[in-house]
Every structure is written in C-alpha cells, then in structure tokens.
Design a protein. Structure first.
Length: 185
C-alpha cells in the first residue's frame, strides 16, 4: 500500500477541485470511523467529491490518493498500538499552518461523525463525550500563531491528545470484537 502524506493528498485534492483540503478530508474519515465503527470507502469519498470524469489523469490521481489514505487510516485504526497519525502539514510549514490544518481536521472529524450517524454527543458519558467536546473546541481555535516554542509544545500536546482520544472514542463506541482464545495442544 502506498503511504500518502499531507502535501501529496492536498495536491491531489486541489487538482481534482475538491472543496476540502487534506486535513479536513482525513478528519472526515476519522469522524466517520468513530461515528459508525466502519465506513465504506465509496461512502467516505462521496462526502468529499465524486469526479465527473473518473478516467482523467487528475481524477485517477485523486482516486489513487483517496484509496491510499483510506487504507492507511484503516490500518492505523485497526492497529492495537496507538499509531493514528493526523494528516497535517510538516513542521516546516510553521505553527500557524499546522494550527489551521488542525482546526480543519477537527471540523472534518465533527462533520464525518455527524454524517455517519454517530451517537449524540450530549448523550455520551465519560471520555468519548469529553473528547468530542474538546474536538468541537479545537475546531474553533484561533489560528494565529507566532511560532514560539510554547505554541509548538502546546500544538504537539493537542495533536497527541487527539491521536489517542479519537481511538478511545472509537473503541468505547465500537469495541473491537473479542478474539478467540488460542488453545495449545
């Protein structure tokens, strides 16, 4: 499976005329996975953009990028370790760009959670509700940043919180199926 990064996905989305960027698109997928537990790739892609001409070079690049991100994200959600990587620009892009992308990711997450039929956050208890409330706050964060060390540290802490929190939400709302015990003979 091809690994996809922020810049590659963002470029493919822009070239295809998608109304959202890489961070928001990845957030939509993560939100749908948390809301529904599973999501068909075509269902997620239909929320983003359905290419008019799927055979065009731009559309093929877009479809290839979306397939790669879908597979990569599912693998991260299914990994028993905490490996979810938010689709954000690299640190070289600056704190402001990463903060804007983080807000976009959170907005996408909330959209995806809602369109997938996720449980009403007001009816949730414990960590899932807290994480969803926090994501709502992060979606509206002020995106002006100077790039200070304090801002970089705070952003890294928020990213780590989201990486873990999103997986907690999914596991709490859609617990993994128990694995059959291994018997030795």
């Amino acid at each position: 499976m091809q690994e996809m990064n922020f810049a590659e996905l963002d470029r493919a989305l822009a070239d295809a005329g998608a109304p959202a960027g890489a961070a928001e698109v990845h957030g939509v997928l993560a939100g749908m996975l948390c809301g529904a537990g599973q999501v068909d790739r075509s269902r997620w892609m239909a929320e983003i953009l359905v290419p008019e001409d799927p055979e065009s070079t731009r559309s093929r690049a877009y479809l290839d990028a979306m397939r790669a991100v879908y597979g990569q994200t599912l693998a991260q959600f299914d990994d028993e370790g905490v490996t979810l990587e938010l689709m954000l620009p690299t640190e070289e892009g600056g704190v402001g760009a990463r903060l804007r992308a983080l807000a976009d990711w959170c907005q996408g997450f909330l959209y995806g959670y809602g369109v997938s039929g996720g449980k009403d956050p007001a009816r949730l208890k414990g960590e899932p509700r807290e994480v969803l409330d926090d994501i709502r706050e992060f979606a509206n964060v002020e995106t002006e940043a100077e790039g200070s060390e304090e801002e970089k540290t705070a952003l890294a802490e928020i990213e780590e919180y989201l990486r873990v929190g999103v997986l907690v939400v999914r596991d709490e709302l859609h617990p993994p199926a128990p694995q059959a015990p291994v018997t030795l003979q």
